[in-house]
Design a protein around this ligand. Structure first.
Ligand code: PMP
Length: 361
């Protein structure tokens, strides 16, 4: 069995160098004679590793000192609920920008804890474009404004951080974090499930402006309160030690690649290559998204005849191109091009697509 080019939407490809290092260190991590999974998170070695991972992330993302970095659990989905629990008090409302499956879900999961105001939505356009900024009905008294910069299923992405007024901007960056440089200071809270651009599932990364930790939110158990996690350095209870460790390896790998500027350039070139192949196929392949809203991370496409889908999937897999099947809600294909997907993978995909189109007319 050899490694394939992996286009999975998540859990997704990890850098091979990260996997190899984790493999080398599996039985004897850091001279301890045991794996990282087998030792206390309160031990000196783990605490040093955890602090280094945070320091590397802060350096990569240029995170200002007045932001806390948390290594949490529960998946992004749990935080759809936990964010309003923490940021909104009784009777408060929050603005949600709905641009696809995940932001719609974030809005609906928040409803038990905050009055949800859908300030803008592109649902009527089948999420093929972003809600135009001049249509946003933002409430200046909102507890926060939530949006999803990259919609993993629908394949739309905000390019640049939208102006969101006075309320803190909250972003679900599960599928685009670390893919380009970011002005963290524009945000109140950034969160991301790890399983696309960071590491294994079961870890959630959160970057939160410290003043927001002072909000009383709703009555809740300590385990749900972000301020408690921050005060305990994300070790209020046993963290996902393995996930934290692999995330740390990914941060080191990103630094070795030249940081987020270099990743942004590589990601732009990868997406451009694939979109160019789709657009240049004379209608054989098609991407339905308005060009200015196309995602660099998740590229959707359909074949001109859906009857060819099964052959496309079967042959692509046989060629070593994994996980191109689109989300079941939308059909068609989807290629996810996260940081760990190298340019060679996209070149191989484009070559296969050309060849397939020739052979299947
Ligand atoms: N938000 C986005 C943008 C996602 O892509 C996903 C998962 N694919 C989620 C939230 C849900 O994440 P989780 O499964 O970690 O709860």
């Amino acid at each position: 069995m050899s490694r394939v080019w992996n286009f999975s939407a998540g859990p997704a490809a990890l850098p091979q160098a990260v996997l190899e290092r984790a493999q080398r260190e599996m039985l004897d991590w850091n001279g301890s004679g045991a794996s990282v999974m087998e030792q206390s998170h309160r031990g000196k070695r783990f605490i040093a590793m955890a602090a280094q991972a945070e320091a590397d992330l802060r350096e990569l993302m240029q995170i200002p000192a007045d932001y806390a970095v948390l290594f949490l659990q529960g998946g992004a989905t749990q935080h759809f609920a936990q964010i309003p629990m923490n940021l909104a008090g009784e009777g408060d409302s929050a603005d949600y920008i709905v641009s696809g499956h995940w932001s719609a879900k974030a809005a609906s999961e928040a409803k038990p804890y905050v009055r949800v105001n859908v300030a803008a939505s592109s649902e009527a356009a089948d999420y093929l474009k972003l809600p135009p900024h001049d249509s946003w009905q933002l409430d200046p008294n909102a507890a926060y404004v939530h949006y999803t910069p990259n919609e993993t299923i629908h394949g739309v992405e905000f390019h640049g951080v939208p102006e969101a007024g006075a309320a803190p901007l909250v972003a679900d960056m599960s599928s685009n974090i670390l893919s380009e440089p970011l002005d963290v200071g524009r945000f109140g809270l950034i969160y991301a499930g790890a399983q696309k651009n960071i590491g294994p599932s079961g870890l959630v990364l959160m970057i939160i402006r410290r003043d927001l930790l002072q909000r009383a939110g709703r009555p809740m158990a300590r385990i749900f309160r972000y301020a408690e996690h921050a005060a305990a350095d994300s070790m209020l209870n046993t963290p996902n030690t393995w996930g934290w460790y692999v995330a740390g390896l990914t941060f080191q790998w990103l630094k070795a690649q030249g940081g987020l500027g270099a990743m942004a350039e590589r990601n732009r070139a990868k997406a451009e290559l694939l979109y160019r192949a789709i657009d240049g196929s004379g209608g054989y392949y098609r991407n339905p998204i308005e060009p200015s809203a196309r995602s660099r991370m998740n590229v959707r496409f359909t074949l001109h005849d859906a009857a060819l889908d099964a052959a496309f999937l079967q042959e692509s897999e046989a060629t070593g191109l994994l996980a191109l099947k689109g989300h079941k809600a939308l059909g068609g294909m989807r290629a996810s091009l996260y940081n760990a997907v190298p340019p060679e993978a996209v070149e191989a995909l484009v070559a296969f697509m050309r060849d397939f189109a020739q052979r299947h007319g």
